[in-house]
Design a protein around this ligand. Structure first.
Ligand SMILES: Cc1cc2nc3c(=O)[nH]c(=O)nc-3n(C[C@H](O)[C@H](O)[C@H](O)COP(=O)(O)OP(=O)(O)OC[C@H]3O[C@@H](n4cnc5c(N)ncnc54)[C@H](O)[C@@H]3O)c2cc1C
Length: 246
């Protein structure tokens, strides 16, 4: 069984997937606790991340506003601990997590605290366990909605300016290396615009491989391999995939 959210961080090979495929679009949210200085908000795993970023900013709940413009869902974002890296310190979806309800492979549900997930850059324990996020309780500080919106807009504008918006891709292809931008390294290797079949190293952001129309998964794989080999030869740097290949 495979569970996805927005399928925005995944590439599926031409052979397809065997077994049951679930695209989780279950969308609900409710306030669990409201205090003077914070709100505990329960959000389903299938909730759209950009919608949540917008709504929480509107309510004046701080912690998710920088994810405005992030494709995908809360569950997918939590699994890979999606982030906003433009200005330090980085902001991750895992940061404001209080606890999470999971379904394990045997179908049992249980609740785990934030510590269980070992959130890190492009990592949560869910990448290893394959457990499914049913809902998440976010603990969000109260703040000025206008200020939160400003941060959200800043993030969205930055994404629009620096990422290939509106062209099919799966987001950043390779992981950054010790905080060093993989995109900058690929750019310095002279690979922007390099094309194999229908797959191209984006001319906007070199860590995005875009589909110019009819890319096959083999085109993407060959192009990624070329990028890896070129970067290794030129700089001695080994790039690791951020994309999840299935
Ligand atoms: C244009 C573009 C821009 C992007 N910008 C960013 C960015 O700024 N920062 C960033 O970090 N990423 C970025 N990404 C990558 C991606 O959008 C995010 O990582 C996103 O949060 C993934 O969510 P998703 O729902 O699409 O996950 P999917 O791609 O559907 O799944 C990703 C992984 O999560 C698992 N999963 C999905 N739902 C659940 C669930 N309910 N429970 C448990 N596991 C689940 C899947 O099995 C899979 O292993 C970008 C992608 C694109 C296309």
């Amino acid at each position: 069984m495979h569970v996805f959210g927005g399928i925005s961080n995944v590439i599926i090979g031409s052979d397809g997937l065997k077994g049951l495929v679930i695209k989780n679009l279950i969308a609900y949210k409710k306030t669990i606790e409201e205090k003077e200085d914070y709100c505990l908000l329960r959000v389903s795993g299938g909730y759209n991340m950009t919608r949540l970023a917008k709504e929480t900013a509107e309510f004046g709940y701080e912690g998710l506003e920088y994810h405005l413009g992030l494709p995908g869902t809360v569950g997918g974002g939590l699994c890979v601990n999606s982030g906003w890296y433009a200005h330090p310190p980085s902001k991750y979806i895992g940061d404001p997590v209080h606890e999470v309800c999971l379904i394990s492979k045997d179908g049992a549900t249980r609740i785990e605290p934030k510590e269980y997930f070992h959130f890190d850059y492009d990592y949560s324990v869910l990448k290893k366990t394959g457990e499914i996020v049913l809902w998440v309780d976010f603990k969000l500080k109260k703040a000025d909605p206008e200020e939160l919106f400003q941060h959200g807009r800043e993030a969205l504008d930055y994404r629009k300016k620096t990422q290939p918006f509106g062209i099919p891709s799966s987001g950043c292809y390779f992981q950054n290396i010790d905080g060093k931008s993989a995109g900058r390294i690929i750019d310095q290797a002279g690979l922007k615009g390099y094309t194999i079949g229908g797959a191209q190293v984006s001319t906007v952001h070199a860590n995005f491989i875009v589909n110019t129309g009819h890319a096959t998964s083999e085109d993407v794989q060959k192009l990624a391999q070329h990028v890896k080999e070129t970067v290794k030869t030129k700089f001695g740097i080994h790039l690791e995939e951020e994309i999840i290949w299935l």
